[in-house]
Design a protein around this ligand. Sequence first.
Ligand SMILES: Nc1ncnc2c1ncn2[C@@H]1O[C@H](COP(=O)(O)OP(=O)(O)OP(=O)(O)O)[C@@H](O)[C@H]1O
Length: 243
Amino acid sequence: MTLIKLKDVCYSYPNTCGIKNLSININKGEFLCLMGANGSGKSTLLQILSGLKTTDNGQYFFKNSEITEKYLSNNKQRQKLHQQIGMVFQNTDVQLFNPSVYEEIAFGPKQLGLSQNKIIKRVNDCLKLTNCEKFRDRIPYQLSGGEKKRVALASVLALNPEILLLDEPLNGLTISAQREMLNLIRELQEAGKTIIMASHNYQQIKDFAQRFIIFKENHTVDADLTQIDIKNSPDRQKQLMNL
Ligand SMILES: Nc1ncnc2c1ncn2[C@@H]1O[C@H](COP(=O)(O)OP(=O)(O)OP(=O)(O)O)[C@@H](O)[C@H]1O
């Protein structure tokens, strides 16, 4: 089932292009990795998908709705999109603003109006899933970079989104924490979530993501390949190893 359809999408910042002429479909349950040089457009695309930015040109469809400025100006529609499509930012400092990890994770479920019992259960489940139980009473802002990433993921999971947008979620993690995070992401995919992740580390992600969208420096898409396509192409592997 196609969840996301992008048709000729362009986005420009005041002085530079973000993405150009992007057309892709993303199906339910995919584990898709966005790759490409620094500045090629990966984060811009994730921000468009999350509804934080809207396209200058082209169209973005999520399920049966076209996501436009007008669509997002409706509070209910915007909140529903944010519940269905959760994003972990590259810079988690912009995402964490509550006085404790517990409050951080409870924030979304509270906004959804869940009962107190349901909130407690969700927060505890998410703390456990992301291995954050031991810092539940800490101030998020004071955690290490890797701990912040896990708390940010927990706070997104607490909304039970269908799609997870992850912007370089492994940056700043130790090798064993990277493994743990990747295994968790794979479990989430196996549980039916759609994963869209930006990365510049092919070695790290090559056995996890099943599809790779590779951006060129000019902000267009160079290739849309499966894990197997890349494994069968030494040239492509070499290119991705050198990003
Ligand atoms: N807030 C902004 N204002 C102006 N230009 C921006 C802004 N954010 C990104 N850009 C520019 O848009 C282009 C795409 O940036 P984007 O952050 O999407 O790339 P990226 O592929 O995610 O890069 P990285 O791997 O470094 O995270 C780059 O040329 C970047 O300089």
